[in-house]
Design a protein around this ligand. Structure first.
Ligand code: CU
Length: 171
């Protein structure tokens, strides 16, 4: 029997009991930092739809709070978003001034936390870049570990001979 791989997505309410708001200066970055988001998780934005909304945006828009062309907009006041892929998922409130006031959150799903149910992805560019050139191991390589000890030994021997000569000169 094939093993049935069931992945129970966790449900995260953004801002926990406070929800999605500008009130209380909620640190959504801090909120997200304490979570271990994985594919299949459900992110819930709960808010008063009269005053807020949710826009999914690119990193650039996120940084500048630019809501002119969001990737998606949610406005029911109780929006569930299922995380379907790795990487960063940027959201902010599109009401003017709210993103600037901190109503923004970055849901990051690290590659390392991937599970067996993750969707097939395009080969990562890093796999194609820089074919690993094996370090040449055919160098004769005059081993530096050979010469140094001999030199030291000679030095020690010379010192010993000197010390003995000194010792005998006083006897
Ligand atoms: Cu808002």
């Amino acid at each position: 029997m094939a093993a049935v791989e069931v992945s129970y997505g966790a449900v995260y309410k953004v801002g926990d009991s406070a929800g999605w708001t500008t009130i209380g200066n909620i640190d959504y970055k801090k909120w997200a930092a304490t979570k271990n988001f994985q594919i299949g998780d459900i992110i819930i934005f709960e808010y008063n739809s009269q005053f807020h909304n949710v826009m999914r945006v690119t990193h650039g828009m996120y940084k500048t709070c630019n809501g002119s062309s969001p990737l998606a907009t949610f406005s029911t006041g109780n929006d569930s978003i299922v995380i379907k892929n790795h990487g960063h998922h940027f959201f902010f409130c599109g009401v003017p001034g709210h993103c600037q006031a901190g109503q923004k959150v970055d849901i990051n799903v690290p590659k390392l936390s991937s599970n067996a149910t993750s969707a097939p992805e395009a080969p990562s560019p890093s796999a194609l870049a820089s074919p690993a050139v094996p370090l040449s191991n055919n160098q004769p390589a005059p081993s530096p570990s050979n010469s140094a000890p001999i030199f030291n030994f000679k030095g020690a021997f010379a010192f010993l001979a000197f010390a003995m000569a000194l010792l005998f000169s006083f006897t």
